[in-house]
Design a binder for this molecule. Structure first.
Ligand code: GAL
Length: 510
């Protein structure tokens, strides 16, 4: 609809009564439609359309990632035009772009989010921009969706992104599923095999999204995974493009949900990506997530819905309402102590938002990817478990050391994470580099963790262990309440205490 309007406006501007106004400067230099061949992948700049009315002008960019993007404050002076583009993130200031007229061509220079854009455009027919318009995607009215009954404890599984990025294929995913079983990780509780960004191909003439050539048969892959007692997850975006530039679900939300269900998908990570350039307000973002939440529920298949919009707009307060089972609390994790600790100690998600059915997602694990020490990986797992975060592994399960396998299958850390009460733990007290955290557990138990954030070994007095000795999760050492515990640099001492630890001694008879 917008295309038709634009074409009409362009036509009017060219001939109000058949001719240009006599005072129009020679600067009709930019008037018209300009097409860009060989656009860079991001943001996929395809066309510029400018309409000059004498000394005034309006215009739009057309990009694969964001559809039609208005040029704000477009000013034309001779052979140069400048304008502003709002950045994809509503939180950042607009950027200034320049266009130079150069013979028959225009040269556009600007920046969108982190990407510097330089492109040469040539005149084209106004109707050409219709190809670059996004399909309609009317957002639903906001209303609360029913609980889908899934994820009563935080989802546990594996995802391809942290280790493989988009270098993934059917064979690798099958091998990971096999390794999940052979390593004992499945039996320790890890069930989801999640294909992250990079599986998508193109849509056919009916709009149906197909996997790319690296995934020849998604249904067969799902069958393979299911036959091993595992579940299959997939990834998409509410925007037209995913973060790695693959096809997103914009304009095809219900259709994609049906495709996923027909393939036998059990989990969807839905990543805002290019949607942040289109859904500009918190309400629109929420509606875009609700749109997929509803579409998934309408399929009748139980599909865990994992929200990924980087913890913005207090997502924990509405994640469940849009059908979400988890919501990311931060931007992306990296395989370093600094990055992991920044997310893990930040309590970016609010404790009161999480519980059975809906969880604060601190992002996928980096354990085993090589960038942290074993002590740092223990801290990583303990922080996630204390905060009831999904445990989605991110390493190459096919080539995992015995030490990493032992960490990942640690029964105490898993039992804490999966505790049925579903309450999120919180910081108890801080002394120098030591932080004590506590998580209430079902039946009156409690998890206690002493984290050493310093880069030297430190000793802490275990004053939070209730009344009887407790076994430390990683070392197996039995620690008496109030005694000293030595914690390695960036390490943790973790305890799962049963209710008996906290029973008050019977009052002494007077
Ligand atoms: C990011 C997301 C990552 C990963 C990546 C894929 O936005 O936070 O976890 O999914 O996109 O392109």
């Amino acid at each position: 609809m917008k295309a038709a309007l634009l074409v009409a406006v362009a036509a009017l501007a060219l001939s109000p009564g058949g001719a240009r106004a006599p005072d129009a400067p020679a600067a009709a230099a930019f008037d018209g439609t300009w097409l860009f061949d060989g656009a860079s992948d991001y943001p996929g700049l395809r066309a510029v359309q400018i309409t000059q009315y004498g000394s005034e002008a309006t215009g739009e960019l057309f990009s694969d990632w964001y559809g039609m993007v208005p040029m704000r404050s477009l000013q034309i002076s001779g052979d140069t035009a400048t304008f502003q583009v709002e950045t994809p993130s509503p939180h950042d200031a607009p950027t200034t772009w320049t266009i130079h007229r150069d013979g028959d061509a225009i040269r556009v220079t600007g920046k969108i989010w982190y990407q510097h854009v330089e492109a040469e455009g040539h005149p084209g027919p106004a109707a050409a921009v219709a190809r670059f318009l996004l399909p309609p995607n009317p957002l639903p009215r906001l209303h609360k969706l029913p609980d889908n009954g899934l994820a009563r404890t935080p989802p546990m599984g594996w995802s391809s992104w942290n280790h493989f990025a988009d270098k993934i294929d059917d064979t690798t995913i099958r091998q990971i599923a096999d390794a999940m079983v052979a390593s004992g990780l499945r039996d320790a509780g890890y069930r989801y095999i999640n294909i992250d960004d990079g599986w998508q191909g193109e849509r056919d003439a009916d709009g149906v999204l197909h996997a790319n050539a690296r995934f020849p048969d998604m249904k067969a892959l799902a069958d393979y995974v299911h036959a091993r007692g595992l579940k299959l997850g997939i990834y998409s975006s509410p925007g037209p493009r995913t973060c790695a530039g693959y096809t997103g679900s914009y304009g095809h939300v219900a259709q994609d949900a049906k495709t996923f269900a027909a393939w036998g998908i059990d989990y969807l990570k839905y990543d805002l990506c290019s949607g942040e350039g289109i859904f500009r307000t918190a309400g629109e973002v929420k509606a875009a997530y609700q749109q997929m939440g509803e579409a998934l529920q309408a399929t009748g298949r139980g599909i865990v819905f994992s929200l990924c919009q980087y913890g913005r707009d207090a997502v924990g307060t509405w994640g469940r309402d849009v059908g979400g089972n988890s919501w990311r609390t931060s931007s992306d994790i990296e395989d370093s102590y600094a990055s992991m600790a920044k997310i893990g100690f930040a309590t970016g998600g609010q404790a009161q938002d999480a519980g059975p059915g809906g969880w604060n997602d601190l992002d996928m694990l980096e354990v085993g990817n090589g960038g942290m020490s074993l002590d740092e990986y223990r801290t990583h797992l303990a922080l996630w478990a204390i905060q009831a975060a999904p445990l989605i592994l991110g390493n190459d399960l096919r080539h995992m050391s015995a030490e990493i396998r032992v960490l990942l299958t640690n029964r105490t850390v898993i039992a804490i994470d999966q505790d049925a009460l579903g309450r999120v733990g919180q910081r108890l007290h801080v002394a120098g580099p030591i932080e004590a955290w506590s998580r209430p557990l079902a039946g009156g138990g409690r998890a206690i963790a002493y984290f050493n954030r310093g880069d030297k070994r430190a000793v802490v007095i275990a004053s939070d262990l209730g009344g009887s000795p407790a076994r430390e999760a990683w070392t197996g050492q039995v620690v008496a309440p109030g005694s000293n515990v030595s914690i390695p640099a960036h390490g943790v001492a973790l305890f799962r205490l049963n209710p008996a630890h906290f029973q008050k001694p019977a009052a002494r008879p007077a």
